[in-house]
Ligand binder design. Structure first.
Ligand code: ZN
Length: 151
């Protein structure tokens, strides 16, 4: 999943959760994306995805499948609650390979299909995260607690 900041022609900003960039495009093309404030369907995404405040961000990348419910609804009401987000994070921690600070390189290799697609997690700097997003690599910044607090 990836979260985009979206904006309508009336400059209302909102967030949409998508399985991938392609998912955003297909929902937009299909007219499924509308502004929650004015209903306008001429939605554009802002150039940078939302980032966590920390300089170091744990990210998920490389998954070709949608996790969990497979929901790709873009309406704000479909945005995950904190509890749902924790479940997503727990799922990733249990079902992903920790590549540590190799995250950016590995995410690129997966994106270019140089290695087999799989869920990975790790850390990346804010700059690396922005580069990956610019390159269209499907990543998702997650607020993951320190390793000692994982269960
Ligand atoms: Zn609007």
């Amino acid at each position: 999943m990836i979260v985009f900041e979206l904006i309508c022609p009336e400059h209302h900003r909102f967030e949409g959760w998508f399985a991938s960039s392609d998912d955003f495009q297909s929902q937009k093309t299909g007219g499924l994306l509308t502004c929650p404030n004015c209903g306008n369907s001429a939605i554009n995404k802002l150039p940078t995805a939302k980032l966590a405040k920390s300089d170091f961000t744990a990210i998920d990348a490389g998954s070709r499948r949608t996790t969990g419910s497979g929901s790709s609804a873009a309406t704000p009401s479909a945005m995950p609650t904190a509890e749902q987000l924790h479940k997503v994070i727990d799922y990733f921690l249990a079902n992903s390979e920790n590549v540590g600070n190799q995250f950016a390189d590995e995410a690129r290799r997966i994106h270019r299909e140089e290695v087999s697609a799989r869920n990975i997690r790790g850390v990346a700097t804010r700059e690396e995260t922005e580069e990956l997003i610019d390159e269209g690599v499907p990543i998702m910044p997650l607020p993951v607690p320190p390793q000692g607090e994982w269960h």
